[in-house]
Design a protein around this ligand. Sequence first.
Ligand code: PRX
Length: 652
Amino acid sequence: MSEIHTFLKEARLFPPPPEFSDKAHVRHLEEYREMYARSISDPDGFWAEQAETLTWQEKWHTVLEWKVPFAQWFVGGRLNLSENCLDRHASTWRKNKAAIIWEGEPGEIRVVTYGELLREVCKFANVLKSLGVVKGDRVGIYLPMIPEAAVAMLACARIGAIHSVVFGGFSAEAVSDRMNDAEAKVIITADGACRRGSIVHLKANVDAACHSIPSVEKVVVVRRTGETIEMRGGRDVWYHEAMAQASATCPPEPLDSEHPLFILYTSGTTGKPKGVQHSTAGYLLQAAMTSKYVFDLKEEDTYFCTADIGWVTGHSYVVYGPLANGATTVMYEGAPNFPRPDRLWDIIERHRVSVFYTAPTAIRSFVRQGDDWPNRHDMTSLRLLGTVGEPINPEAWMWYHKVIGGERCPIVDTWWQTETGAIMITPLPGATPTKPGSGTLPFFGILPEVVDKEGHKVPPGQGGFLVIRKPWPSMLRTVFRDPDRYVDQYWKRFPGSYFTGDGAREDEDGYFWIMGRVDDVVNVAGHRLGTMEVESALVSHHRVAEAAVVARPDELKGQALCAFVTLKAGAAGSDSFAIEAMKEELKAHVAREIGPIAKPDDIRFTDALPKTRSGKIMRRLLRDIAAGSQTIGDTTTLEDFSVLAKLREDEE
Ligand code: PRX
């Protein structure tokens, strides 16, 4: 495993505070170890027991049918996810408990109780039915972070429609790609979204996208910003008008355990984004269970996860996991630094948030803004902190621990993926001593291993590829309508094991340290992007001949995108003004094609890209150049040495 080196050495150890452990769901490392050992030695018994915590309409007969790599969990069972998240709470004292505390960017606050949420979901499920949506149909959701987004997801789940949420920051093109692949029948959107004091025109994007999505029959529009929009007769329906007509009674459809719950598009190494498909029962069980154990959720908690529902974290840990537990989840619509850098601390103070879950990239930007902003706020309500999305550098971890957590809150650094559906490697806050920068130990039932190229486990301390040896309930079931891609992408490289695409190291204590992606997928500000996608966006510009996109380290975003571009002959002027203008044009083009998050940070023009004799772009070399580090190693396979020289010159 010579290609993965590890340099990080971290000796600090933070045992869980005894006051925390005393009240936690899991109180000692030994208790975790016992439960974990049982979950691995008797997975059927363990998962069967856990599945009892869900409400079933018909009990399953077989825990797992595993025909590598296709899993079916809780075979023969029937249940409804929305019933598990709503009815079973609304029929108890929790009826008037806050399910969602929502705060709009301009400052409005809405508290939606379990009883109200159930009514809204039933009504909207009936609206969907009246629009012709039936079980198995795909419904696109392209909404801001407003309660209606949760309503839309849960309403789909109630009738067995498969939702596919598209992040509100994505462009019309991205909406059209994804919705075409999903063959969405209905899209739910809003007039606009409030973002950093201005408006994102969601409806206009949907209108533009719909020109090229023949499957879409209806567009439901939530009024959020009140701006004037065009409503197309026969196709577009106002949410509030349809809801006013709808009945609040809608029995939860009994759905097969394996019924697809959602498709979420994510970046892969090649080609277009893939539709990661999740099931109902297994997904729900693990989202619910991890929420309970990792966030140590208690009845009186006010839990706040800053993720957008456009990402898997928003699915599992803003909506489904917390609601399955009957918890109160805070949903914030806008930018974390609007109108001032202390918006999140302000939310924590005003709503007395007790559990806070965010991304390392956000933490790094808070570090930059200085301690004054958080120090202005009383955040003593916090008892637990979490991170997700990318490795957290130990210094950012220490800042989070001291400045936000007041040195009293455990930090759960949670490793997982869109494909895994739920948290896989994580501390349990009352049990696991933490080390800054490590995701620590596997969750119950999860068997990760670090292996070499041949798939053999490497000794502690050595870097390698992270694989998962056993199936788990919330694993993706397939890539939507593309089982071959599912097999190729995840199961081919290490037959019988799931390949995560991440490099990792396990230390002497069995703690896992994630070292980032080993494939051509980069992680920019906690968002996974396939460099291929950015390359094809660049190449779709009429002046671009070829492009290679690589990542370079970035202090704030973790990784930044650097694009090496060759233009068609005569496409760029030679003066610096024309070159700068071309760079800006290409950045804007990528933003239009995919969305602003995919905009390259650097664009460098070159006459030709460095290639091996077999024609493969030498990405390692480009990465070194992008990072400004010395090129080491063998470059004799370069087709054209002058290219390297030229790029090098460019660097000076
Ligand atoms: O590289 C890992 C990184 O994010 C990837 C998954 O990205 P995505 O599917 O977009 O899901 C993000 C939210 C679950 C992983 O392959 N990653 C995620 N969490 C961590 C992480 N890297 C290090 N530490 C983490 N805690």
